[in-house]
Design a protein around this ligand. Sequence first.
Ligand code: DGL
Length: 271
Amino acid sequence: MDHRPIGVFDSGLGGLTAVRELASRMPQENIIYFGDTGRVPYGSRGRETITKYARQDVAFLRTFDLKAVVIACGTVSSTALDALRQEQDIPVFGVVEPTAVRAVELTRNNRIGLIATRATISTGAYERVIWANAPRAQIFPAACPLFVPLVENGRTQPGDVVIETVVRDYLSPLKEAGVDVLVLGCTHYPLLREVIANFMGPEVALVDSGAEVAHQVGRWLAEHDQLAPAEQKGASRWYVSDAQADFRELATRFLGRPVTEPVGKVDIEKY
Ligand code: DGL
């Protein structure tokens, strides 16, 4: 048993979709969340900058006594996971491996679509894990750079002509390729699940990276006897690097429940 909190971070608010899954699977866990709202998006930046930012994010989280760190960001997971793992003396979980493994489990025709930020797609990280588990899989990747800003601006609902047009533009080649699984390789994308599902059709399974990493963390903690006591009611603490006037409203949508706890502001450049 381990009472220490789990540290979770993302470039912004997308990682809250992973927190939502963690909290629903393990309501007893305390969670410290950092969203680098002052520097989002990471997905259009280069490897060195993303790695530097990720190190700072983890250094801030490590000011708390944590039992694990969850990188709730496809961009950081695909770019800096190995570096962070080498530097940390507690487990560091990324979204790529559990999500890619799940995609392989779900596909029946070995045609897997992958959508993510430009940075994530350029690393080839998802492809490496998919091919290690399914060497004959065909992967159809698409970078979707407009999704993160549209999600952060609330353009997520079916019937919104802007998001529907962008979804059609990005996803048409994947639909034409006949994929039967689509990896949502960025933690912002679960907010677009409905629009994406409507476009791709019911025969295409969508894999949510936040849900998959939450599942992996839960399994690992249980196997290592590091879950918090079941009778405990977990608490969350929120930190951001830029005070967003609409943080609560946006965070509520990502998290699926009202954010009532205080929100701390962090000068992340100090770390
Ligand atoms: N949620 C991040 C990811 O999973 C976001 C995007 C970004 O900062 O570009 O990749």
